[in-house]
Design a protein around this ligand. Structure first.
Ligand code: GDP
Ligand code: MN
Length: 398
């Protein structure tokens, strides 16, 4: 589960990591009011930031530094009225319904800091770079040596000496070292406490020297978290941060019925059971020159109601020009699928070609159900095997 930056900032702040203040707003009027409070408080620099579950906002014009109320209004108006399109979104971008109005800070340098799973060592790792900011992906590609790693022992956790070493390696000096290493230790504890699979601060910054911070102040000004869905049951406070408006509607609907739906780019909807069969089905569609629009895995134990819903979800996808049902009945019985096809035909209607390939448990009963319904489902063809099914559905959508 992902969360928004404003929520991530709150978690960091509660964990004792310095973060500039800010308020999340959902309208232009609220944006103005929030900015006015900060400006009246003596702020001279504000930053207006779109809150969406994707990065790359800075380059896309959705992170704007402002000095006056008018500038804040203009920036917020732009963000509420335009989709945020960046390298991390699709071409249609993301609609912005939430905006963060935060205290802006002066930056001397930007760093990258993250903790995530290192699959090679099978542990978490602290990852950092002194070349943080909006170009970190390019750095990782072109200058991988600039990305530093400290492996985190799962039992001992991140050790103070490792954090200090990382701070020195990043080039921090004097009092900055303690500030940076403390942030790393606190971030490691937060990751552990929240079952996070990713915690990323980009950029971690240091401010120019000032009276209150003669060596500069190390702070987080952007953060991203991803949490292990399977551990959310023990974090009700995190679960509350879930924002359904950021999720694919069909994927949410599927999850409600215990189904797994994955949206893709092609035009053939796939209803399958089991992730392995889903992969094989997509491969064979591709082999025959077609392209899947999605796949919906009904699993082993779905009810008639859930499978009917599965068809409703697939058929509600505008991209779908044909549907391939590929079921190998094991625990899932073929006759349940056949009944669902009949009920989906009644309730939703198959206006697009439907190709059905069923094998396994209760396949005879399933064939009889489909045979009896043939005249009600004129776009349906039955296939004798998987290759035949793929060839038929690809031919039907071309
Ligand atoms: P992202 O592009 O979605 O990762 O958004 P960020 O919050 O990381 O902002 C992008 C860039 O905007 C940062 O790398 C900074 O260079 C700049 N930026 C963001 N907040 C501030 C701020 O308070 N002050 C200054 N001077 N720059 C900022
Ligand atoms: Mn960032």
């Amino acid at each position: 589960m992902k969360i928004h930056e404003y929520q991530a900032r709150r978690l960091l702040s509660e964990a004792g990591i310095p973060v500039p203040g800010g308020t999340m707003v959902t309208s232009l009027a609220e944006a103005t009011a929030a900015a006015k409070i900060l400006l009246d408080d003596g702020a001279t620099l504000l930053v207006v930031k779109a809150q969406v579950h994707a990065g790359g906002r800075g380059k896309a014009g959705f992170v704007t530094l402002c000095r006056t109320l008018d500038e804040v209004n203009e920036a917020a108006m732009f963000m509420f009225n335009n989709p945020m399109i960046s390298v991390q979104t699709g071409p249609e971008g993301l609609v912005v319904t939430k905006v963060l109005i935060a205290d802006g800070v002066d930056i001397a340098s930007e760093y990258y800091l993250a903790i995530t799973t290192d699959r090679t060592s099978g542990t978490n790792a602290l990852i950092a770079s002194s070349e943080g900011g909006v170009e970190i992906e390019t750095v990782a590609h072109e200058n991988p040596d600039a990305i530093l790693t400290q492996r985190i022992d799962p039992l001992a956790g991140l050790q103070d000496f490792q954090a200090r070493q990382m701070a020195f390696d990043l080039g921090f000096t004097g009092k900055q070292v303690r500030q940076a290493s403390t942030i790393m230790m606190k971030l490691a504890k937060l990751v552990n406490d929240t079952d996070a699979s990713l915690a990323e601060i980009n950029p971690l910054i240091i401010t120019p020297e000032s009276e209150s911070h003669p060596d500069g102040h190390v702070m987080a000004i952007d953060a991203k978290f991803d949490f292990d869905d399977n551990a959310l049951f023990r974090h009700p406070n995190l679960k509350e941060m879930f924002d359904p408006t950021e999720e694919n509607v069909s994927e949410l609907k599927a999850a409600e019925f215990g189904l797994n739906f994955i949206a893709l780019d092609g035009n053939i909807g796939c209803l399958v059971n089991g992730a392995g069969l889903a992969m094989a089905t997509m491969d064979i569609i591709k082999l025959h020159g077609g392209s899947p629009a999605n796949f919906l895995d009904v699993g082993g134990a779905a009810t008639l109601e859930a499978v009917t819903e599965a068809f409703r979800i697939i058929l509600s996808d505008d991209k779908v020009e044909g549907v391939l049902v590929n079921i190998f009945g094991g625990i899932m019985k073929c006759d349940v699928i056949a009944e669902a096809i009949v009920s989906a035909a009644k309730e939703v209607g198959f206006t697009v070609p439907l190709v059905v390939r069923l094998e396994g448990t209760n396949v005879e009963a399933a064939r009889e159900i489909l045979k009896a319904a043939e005249s009600d489902i004129p776009t349906m063809q039955t296939a004798s095997n998987l290759a035949d099914a793929a060839a038929r559905v690809v031919a039907a959508v071309c």
